[in-house]
Design a binder for this molecule. Structure first.
Ligand SMILES: [Zn+2]
Length: 156
């Protein structure tokens, strides 16, 4: 897996957020894969597709890519919550790839995958419990329930 973000073709983009989006999407296309292990690549979704950025060409699992320049903490949980909650209303919740990039080094620092089932269940819990408790809820739940070896979750 490459850690350097691609730098080519970015001079046409004047805003930082555009350059980040173009570079991280290009990086994801070259480096991410389906965790169901049935495809070594992910296909970019058609431009303008809401919530979904990539799909698996083999199993049709969907992925959203969210990039941020700060280390993962509350913010990623917040992003996960809002996108999952919005998508779950329409039953099209994607898995979430969260990418932490280093702006001046122009590198990928970290990437995590938040599976859709976890996000979905917790999003519903969060709505019931209120916003003030949702952060701790997701983190604690993830820590309490580490992924099992058997009956491994399948990303759909
Ligand atoms: Zn797949």
């Amino acid at each position: 897996m490459q850690v350097a973000l691609p730098g080519g073709g970015l001079v046409d983009y004047t805003s930082k957020s555009q350059r980040v989006r173009i570079a991280t999407e290009a990086w994801a296309e070259s480096n991410l894969y389906c965790p169901n292990r049935n495809s070594p690549v992910l296909d970019p979704a058609a431009a303008g597709t809401p919530v979904i950025d990539f799909t698996c060409p083999k199993c049709a699992a969907t992925y959203q890519l969210k990039s941020q320049s700060s280390a993962f903490a509350r913010r990623i949980v917040d992003a996960a919550y809002s996108s999952m909650a919005r998508a779950s209303i329409e039953d099209r919740t994607p898995n979430l790839y969260a990418l932490h990039y280093h702006l001046s080094e122009w590198t990928v620092e970290n990437i995590i995958l938040i599976p859709r089932v976890l996000g979905n269940r917790e999003a519903k819990t969060a709505r019931a419990n209120g916003a003030s408790r949702r952060m701790g809820g997701l983190q604690h739940s993830a820590a309490r329930n580490p992924p099992r070896r058997k009956n491994q979750h399948r990303f759909e």
